[in-house]
Every structure is written in structure tokens, then in C-alpha cells.
Ligand binder design. Structure first.
Ligand code: GLN
Length: 431
């Protein structure tokens, strides 16, 4: 298959009888979202044979809306990465920049839309996994407010941080998919009823930014490549021409956001991934020598064979951060930092309608470039992870291409909790 976008390309037809809002539209679905009767691998050898017995709530809603699912999209293993290179099923190429990574972890979903393999796509965003690939592939991606979209049927990585969200070629397309998946679900107690103020999210894509105030957090420009920053300012100038105003704001706490995010995400991951033990989930083991008779050895063998290096690294670090004696030093400190980040965003958003920054501080890496240096990869998430720590909504919209190499650059807008319409309105002004 072109570019290794899909892990499986089995089609799932929606309810064709009704004339739903997505009738005739095709959707690619990240392979960590459960599809009844269709393999859901999370990009991991551990789940290569796993076929869920039920649909995630977002899948039921897609079917009711009449959409056709065209495949399960490639991703970093269990959502851990920013390049889609940690997938057990091989990397995905970037259709907008061949030879480069599509971003991650929802790289297959963004690439499907960029390549025209699907009209729309679903991804999940724990620390940027929708916005990063949207920026790298030159498409639109929305990370909803925590609690707007049901996580029932999403294989958990860092459940206090993540949301399922839409990709589209345009802001209006992505918003129309958000209309279908948003809303309370009795199967996810963290969801709440926060219907759009207008008719729908898609209706908010009016492009009207007259009088909008944009706060630009200086800290989110500091580590970014010059090329990216230039493209970002061009986009802000475009919004100014249309009647928006900008001023600089400060988010001092974001200096600690990457550290806090990785402690919290790895801690939650170490606990969530305990279920992949060859008994509850994962391949059944035959009694091979001693391993078959000794529970500890069987368990270790399944996890050794089934998980890739990045997943193992995170389980080890997360287990360490939660262990007695270190819990207060790492996990509790990270929770304090999270509270500080939230407070900073509240303050900045009391002085501006939306906050704007480059989505990613860099343009897409070349294939293979980032795998050797995990720390470098974590630092590339500097602008996206603070938003998950603060539970806020954000959108990444194409800002243009970098001057020197012509690679896609994304602009991120962040708004107040359940302020998706404001983001959709502002982002659509850049199209
Ligand atoms: N790159 C980040 C990580 O590896 C974000 C991943 C995500 O949002 N799922 O954790």
C-alpha cells in the first residue's frame, strides 16, 4: 500500500439507510481505536492478532452518521512517539514531504488525509499526537477539550491527558467530524455535555477574526527554528490584516512542561500497559520449556517479544517514577507542575481570546533521523504537551511552508476549555 499509511485496509461500511451527516465520506481511523471484528493493533506486535469484540463510542457514532471507514491507520506503538517510526509495522512516509516522517503518533491518520486516501481521519492526542502530524503533513487537526469526546474503546496510553480528535483537509471538514464524535457518553464518566453555542462546530468556520485578540506566548517561540518562526509570523500578519490584534504573553511554567508530561504519561502508561501479559491481552504462549510452566518467565517473555524499545523504555521509567520512595520526588512534583501550567494558561487566556504558537518547533524530520535520540524527540513536543497538561482545546492549521526547504509548518491555536468554536473560527481565517 502506498506510503504504509494503513495497518489494515478492511472497509467498515456505515449505516447506509439513513442520510447521515457523513454519508458518502471516507474516514481513516487510528489503530488504537477499537473496531468490532476488525483488528486493532496499536502499532504493536503485542496486539497483532487482537480483534476487539466491541466498537469504540466514536466508531458507533461514525457508523450512525453514515461514514465509511477505509482502514486502520499506522501509528507509533501505543501512541508513544512523534514520528510513526516506532510502529511494529514499519514507518509511514509523509505524502506532503516524501522522505520525511509524517509526525506522530497519529501519522497514518494525517497521511491518509494528505494523500487523499480518506476525506477525514480520527487520531488521538496525549501530548500532541494529532497536532504534530497535522502540522507535518499540512492538514488540519483538532485536539478537543478533555471530556468533550468519549474515550470508551480507545486503548489507553495516558488517560488523564488524551482525547480522540479529527483530521480534515480543511477546518470545516475537521469541525464536521468533531460534530459527529463530540458529546457525553454514559460509558465514559469524564465526558460532559458541552454542545456548541451555535448550530454546529462546522458552522463556526466563518473565517471572521475581526476584533479577535491573540496572545503569543514568548516561551513557545524561543526554542523554535528560525524558518518556522518566520512562517509563523507571516500567518499572524495575515490574521492582523483581517482585523485581529496580537500581543505577547508569558507562560513561565512551560519550561517544566515536557518534564512533567513525560513523568505523568510514562507513569500512566506503565500502569495501563500491565494488562498486556499474554493472559488478559497479548499472544497466548505455548509451554516452551521452562517458560511454559513458570508464570514470571512466561509473563516476561511475552512482554520482551511483544513490546518495542520505546514502549519498554517508558514502562521502566514510569514504574520507577511511581515506586515507593520516588513517588513524591517525581510523580507528585509533576502533578504540581501540571497545576502550575493550568494556572498559567488561565491567566494568559484572561488577557487574550486565543493563544498562538508554531505547532512544532521544527519542520518534519528526515526518516530515521530522530530514532537514536529519544530526548531530542521528547523536546520536539514542547509546544503541544502543555495543552494536554491544562486539559484545553487546540487546533493545528497549515501556516505555510518554510522558506529554505519548502516543508509544511503548522500554527497552533489554544483556547479556553470547551472553546472549540472560537478556535475553528480563528483557524478558518488562515485558509
Ligand atoms: N510524542 C508524545 C509522546 O510520545 C505525544 C504522543 C501522543 O500524543 N500520543 O508521548
Amino acid at each position: 500500500m502506498a506510503d504504509n499509511i494503513f495497518i489494515s485496509d478492511e472497509r467498515i461500511e456505515g449505516d447506509g439507510s439513513a442520510d447521515g451527516p457523513l454519508t458518502g465520506r471516507t474516514v481513516a481511523v487510528k489503530d488504537n481505536i477499537s473496531t468490532k471484528g476488525v483488528a486493532t493493533t496499536c502499532g504493536s506486535a503485542m496486539l497483532e492478532e487482537y480483534v476487539p469484540p466491541y466498537d469504540a463510542t466514536v466508531i458507533s457514532r461514525l457508523k450512525e452518521a453514515g461514514a465509511t471507514i477505509v482502514g486502520k491507520a499506522n501509528m507509533d506503538e501505543f501512541g508513544m512517539g512523534s514520528t510513526t517510526e516506532t510502529s511494529a509495522f514499519g514507518p509511514t512516509d509523509n505524502p506532503a514531504a516524501p522522505g520525511h516522517v509524517p509526525g506522530g503518533s497519529s501519522g497514518g491518520s494525517a497521511a491518509a488525509v494528505a494523500a487523499g486516501e480518506a476525506d477525514l481521519a480520527l487520531g488521538s492526542d496525549t501530548g500532541g499526537s494529532i497536532r504534530c502530524p497535522a502540522a507535518f503533513c499540512g492538514v488540519v487537526g483538532i485536539k478537543p477539550t478533555y471530556g468533550l469526546v468519549s474515550r470508551y474503546g480507545l486503548v489507553a496510553y495516558g488517560n488523564s491527558l488524551e482525547q480522540i480528535g479529527p483530521f480534515g483537509e480543511t477546518v470545516e471538514d475537521a469541525a464536521a467530524l468533531l460534530d459527529v464524535i463530540a458529546g457525553p457518553d454514559e460509558r465514559d464518566a469524564t465526558t460532559r455535555d458541552a454542545a456548541p453555542e451555535g448550530e454546529s462546530y462546522a458552522d463556526a468556520a466563518t473565517g471572521d477574526v475581526d476584533g479577535l485578540t491573540i496572545g503569543v506566548p514568548t516561551e513557545l517561540l524561543e526554542g523554535a527554528d528560525e524558518d518556522v518562526v518566520d512562517t509563523f509570523w507571516d500567518a499572524i500578519a495575515d490574521l492582523e490584516d483581517q482585523g485581529a490584534e496580537y500581543h505577547e504573553v508569558s507562560l513561565p511554567s512551560v519550561e517544566h512542561a515536557v518534564e512533567a508530561y513525560y513523568v505523568i504519561a510514562m507513569s500512566e502508561a506503565s500502569s495501563n500497559l500491565a494488562r498486556f501479559d499474554g493472559v488478559r491481552y497479548g499472544p497466548e504462549t505455548e509451554g516452551e520449556g521452562d517458560a511454559g510452566s513458570n508464570w514470571n518467565e512466561t509473563f516476561s517473555q511475552v512482554r520482551k517479544d511483544g513490546f518495542g524499545d520505546e514502549v519498554k523504555r517508558r514502562i521502566l521509567l514510569g514504574t520507577y517514577a511511581l515506586s515507593a520512595g520516588y513517588h513524591d520526588k517525581y510523580y507528585k512534583k509533576a502533578q504540581d507542575a501540571r497545576a502550575w501550567v493550568k494556572q498559567d494558561f488561565d491567566e494568559a487566556l484572561s488577557e487574550a481570546d486565543v493563544l498562538a504558537s508554531p505547532t512544532m518547533p521544527v519542520t518534519p524530520f528526515e526518516q530515521g533521523e530522530s530514532l537514536d535520540d529519544p530526548l531530542q524527540m521528547y523536546l520536539a513536543d514542547a509546544n503541544t504537551v502543555p495543552v494536554n497538561l491544562a486539559d484545553l482545546p487546540a487546533i493545528s492549521v497549515p501556516a505555510g511552508e518554510s522558506d529554505t526547504d519548502g516543508l509544511p509548518v503548522g500554527l497552533q491555536l489554544v483556547g479556553p476549555a470547551f472553546g472549540e468554536e472560537r478556535l475553528i473560527r480563528a483557524a478558518s481565517a488562515l485558509e
